[in-house]
Design a protein around this ligand. Structure first.
Ligand code: NAD
Ligand code: ZN
Length: 346
């Protein structure tokens, strides 16, 4: 079969590889029908994630059809259409029992990281019973690819950690796929104002279409003053950081209102300054973390009910064989006006 493999910092290739086989009785083999590229894949390609070895198939998002299951898999059969979670979870260890699936003692974020991932014709999914979800009949499968990672991330690490409530003023910094997922899912809770900050005018325009009440271009300066003015001088109830650089974390610390929450989602490659000397005086709660995908079953229901349309984040389609071109477009998101890029393998 064909797969997109990491070959060391800055290098990737579309190569022939043996088709994966069942290794443990709890495994399933899935034939990929749709997959996508995540910002995390770009981090890996740069060499920012040293635990990824050369030869690894990338990708941790996708939908497909079950090809084979191990003898201990009880919930899935060959032919079933499934959504793949970016997190593999045994469902039984102490962390899984608290729904901390990202910290499963025999799993977590391993797909496209420590084991071969979804940017291939077939993928092996460990702990299939707890790491796959049935796709409801009639569902828009392509839109469900957003539920492998980005929609649960925006919801769990942004909106739920930030405790967004009706009437809140919510700031989201970063209008990439993850910030947009926070924008879509924050609207479940009826905030009064949703302020999106980015430096890319195309993405800010997309944010307005997807429900942002105000957008601010950080490249034009005075963002902190504008956020304070929009919130009547009080600051924001919830500040969601979805970029991962010190400057945007600083904005969140400056504008959070007394009693407010900073929900950090961005992965920070360099240390940030934590201004505890300011935050304590304002009774601020700071949260951060890795997505658990514990909300995926709920999100499947909300999408099926038509209450959120995650397919609105998709901007491009390519046949799976053209994945190198898809990477080029995704890596030049601003010039290409790209958000989520779908790879099609029927
Ligand atoms: P992305 O790179 O597509 O989007 C980031 C956005 O931030 C871009 O639109 C960019 O224009 C904007 N930006 C960059 N610098 C800025 C600045 N100084 N001020 C304002 N805007 C700025 O990334 P993404 O895929 O949306 O992911 C966002 C972050 O979430 C990344 O750090 C990613 O690694 C992280 N992430 C975390 C988890 C988790 O489990 N916590 C899961 C997935 C992704
Ligand atoms: Zn576990």
């Amino acid at each position: 079969m064909k797969a997109l493999v990491y070959q060391g910092p800055g290098r990737k290739a579309w190569v022939d590889k043996p088709q994966p086989e069942i290794v443990k009785p709890t495994d399933a083999i899935v034939r990929i029908t749709r997959t996508t590229i995540c910002g995390t894949d770009l981090h890996i390609l740069k060499g920012d994630v040293p635990t990824v070895e050369a030869g690894r198939t990338l990708g941790h998002e996708g939908v497909g059809v079950i090809e084979a299951v191990g003898s201990a898999v009880t919930s899935f059969r060959p032919g079933d259409r499934v959504l793949i979670s970016c997190i593999s979870a045994c469902g039984r260890c102490a962390n899984c029992k608290q729904q901390l699936y990202a910290h499963c003692s025999d799993g977590g974020w391993i797909l496209g990281h420590l084991i071969d991932g979804t940017q291939a014709e077939y993928v092996r999914i460990p702990h299939a019973d707890n790491s796959l979800h049935h796709i409801p009949a009639g569902a828009d499968e392509e839109a469900l690819v957003m539920l492998s990672d980005i929609l649960p991330t925006g919801l769990e690490i942004g909106v739920l950690n930030g405790q967004v409530k009706p009437g809140d003023t919510v700031l989201i910094v970063g209008a990439g796929p993850v910030g947009m997922a926070a924008l879509l899912t924050a609207q479940f809770y009826s905030p009064a104002r949703l302020i999106m900050v980015d430096m890319d005018e195309n993405r800010l325009a997309a944010a307005r279409r997807l429900g942002a009440t105000h957008t601010l271009n950080a490249a034009q300066g005075a963002v902190i003053e504008q956020i304070m003015a929009l919130s009547g001088g009080r600051g924001v109830d919830v500040a969601i950081e979805a970029v991962g650089v010190p400057a945007t974390f600083d904005i969140c610390q400056e504008v959070v209102a007394p009693g407010g929450h900073i929900a950090n989602v961005g992965v920070h490659g360099v240390p940030v300054s934590l201004h505890i000397e300011k935050l304590w005086l304002r009774n601020i709660t700071l949260t951060t973390g890795l997505v658990n995908t514990s909300t995926t079953p709920m999100l499947l229901q909300v999408v099926q009910a038509g209450r959120v349309a995650p397919g609105s984040l998709i901007t491009h389609h390519f046949p799976l064989q053209q994945i190198l071109e898809a990477y080029r477009v995704f890596a030049n998101a601003a010039e290409e006006n790209a958000m989520k890029v779908i790879l099609v393998a029927d």
